[in-house]
Write a protein that binds this ligand. Sequence first.
Ligand code: RFL
Ligand code: PHB
Length: 389
Amino acid sequence: MDTQVAIIGGGPSGLLLSQLLNRAGIDTVMLERATRSHVLSRIRAGILEWGTVELLRQTGVDARMEAEGFPHDGCYMTDEDLMVHIDFKALTGKQVMVYGQTEVTADLYAAQDAMGTTIIHEVEDVQILDLDQAKAAVEYTVKGERRRLTCAYVAGCDGFHGVSRKTIPAEKRREFERVYPFGWLGILSETPPCNDELIYCNSPRGFALASMRNAHLSRYYLQVPLTDKVEDWSDEAFWSELKRRLPSATAAAMETGPSIEKSIAPLRSFVSEPLRWGRLFLVGDAAHIVPPTGAKGLNLAASDVHYLHEALVAALKSGDESGIDGYSEKALARIWKAMRFSWSMTTMMHRFDGEDAFAEAMRRATLEHLAASETARRELAENYIGLPY
Ligand code: RFL
Ligand code: PHB
C-alpha cells in the first residue's frame, strides 16, 4: 500500500486533516491541482470559531495565530439608523478569532513541510477508483506522467468544483441547493479598520460588511448584482458606495486607500448527501457550500475534519469502524444547522431585487427584535461563535 489516506485537495480541509492524521502517526499523501503560490494567494474567510481555534491548537499549528490573531468579543448588526451590538462574550462566554484563511493555510503548509508529508502540486485528471475493494486507488497525471496511488481511504477535500463528490454515482447522491440572486464584491485594503468589531449592515441600497485582518488591513464587502464584473468597480466607486451603505458616523470616520485585492463571489447554499461512499469521505466545500454571511464556510470544513480524523484514527489504529460508519450522519447534523444559520443571516441582511415592502419590513422587524430581546441576541451569538462539535 502506498499510503494510508490519500487526500485530494490541498486547501484548508486537506491540510488540516493531513496534519492531524500525521500527528497521530498515520501516513498521508496530498494531491493538489493548483500551485502552492496559487493556493496561498486566495483571499477568503477571515473569522475562526473558537472550535476551529482549538482544533488548530490540537494540530500544533497555533503559534502565529496566537501572536497575530485578534480575539473578538462581539459584532454589530445595523441598518440605516439602528445599530445592535451582539456581545458574544457576555451572551455565550465565548469569542471568535480574526485570523485569515490565507494565514491558516500558510501555517499548515509550513507545518506539513516540517512533518515531511508528500504534497504533490499541479496534478491533473484525478480519478478515484476501487472504493468497494480492499484497497482504494487514486490515479493522476503530473508533468505528463500517469501515476497510481493505493490507500486504505480517500479524503475528498477538493472543494465545490473537485472530482470527489462526482465520483459518487449521481443516483446515490441527494443534492440540496439555493442560489441567491446576488454576489459579494470584496476588497482588501491597507487601511485601519473603520471599527473595532465587524459591522454587518442591511442598508436599503443592499448589504455591506466591514471586516478586517489586522490593525492595518481592512476587508470590506458590498452586495452586488450577479451581472456586475470586478472591472465595473473602480476603487473610488467601491468606497463611495460603501460609505452610502454604512452608518453615517462610521462612514465619516472611515479611512480609504487603494485596494490590494478585489473579487466577486456568488452566494450559494448547497449540501450533497451522503458524505461517505465506500472508502471515500467528503470534507468541507466538496460536500457543502454556505453563503459567507454567517462566516461558516471554513469553520464547517474544520468541524468535518474534526469528526473524520477521529474516525480514521480509530479505524486505522484499532480497527474500530464505528466512527467512519457514523461520519456522514454526525457531520451532516452540524452542517444543516450551519446551513440554516447562514441562510437566515443572508435573508435577514440582503435586499432582494423586486422585493415588496413586506420583505423590507420583516428585515427591520428582525433587527428591532434583536435590539429588544436578549434571547434573540443569544440565539444569534450561539450560532455565530459556532455550535459545539
Ligand atoms: P477549498 O479551499 O476550495 O480547497 C479545495 C482545494 O482542492 C483543490 N482541487 C483539486 N485538487 C486536486 N484535484 C482536483 N480535481 C481538484 N479540484 C480542486 C483546489 O485547488 C483547492 O486548493 O476547499 P476546503 O479546503 O474545503 O476549504 C473550504 C473553504 O475554503 C471555504 O469554505 C471558504 O473559504 C468559503 N468562503 C468563505 N468562507 C467564509 O467563512 N468567509 C468568507 O469570507 C469566505 N469567502 C469563500 C470566500 C469561498 C470562495 N470560493 C470557494 C469561491 C470567497 C470565495 C471566493
Ligand atoms: C471576512 O473578513 O472575509 C469575512 C468576515 C465575516 C464574514 C464573511 C467574510 O461573515
